[in-house]
Design a binder for this molecule. Sequence first.
Ligand code: UDP
Ligand code: MG
Length: 162
Amino acid sequence: MLQDQEAHAAEMERTFIAIKPDGVQRGLISEIVSRFERKGYKLVAIKLIVPSKEFAEKHYHDLKERPFFNGLCDFLSSGPVLAMVWEGEGVIKYGRKLIGATDPSKSEPGTIRGNLAVVVGRNIIHGSDGPETAKDEIALWFEPKELVSYTSNAEKWIYGVN
Ligand code: UDP
Ligand code: MG
């Protein structure tokens, strides 16, 4: 079914995805990036950074009352994190599906956490959980000039846009 350009543009979303220090240390960057890439999503920003503890606390501010908050922020700031922005129709919700449930012991096989992680405290990847969080997290991790807007030649084949 062909879609017109306007309808396609209106459906476009961006989400924040990060490979946490465990995923980076375990050599899972290419495996994880390739799952988003092969699906048909478009990479619009990427960088490797070691976040400070304060920065990790900002990123996870919603969870500050949870007992695991301090350990989680220590962990996120313990080494390199691969921060990314991915673009595509429905990428926020479907990106979470590709990632799988928070606790890898409950993640479906075939998902990133289901295939590649075992325990909740080392679940290798983060993905925004909704449009508002996606907007806030992209703004926290990236400056606007770091987001690259471009047309991919594959788009017409991925979306069937006429
Ligand atoms: N987390 C944890 N213990 C828990 C729940 C969560 O260590 O009981 C960690 C886990 O790494 C998770 C992160 O806290 O990815 C953020 O929790 P959230 O509920 O937002 O899960 P996510 O959105 O990452 O699936
Ligand atoms: Mg979350």
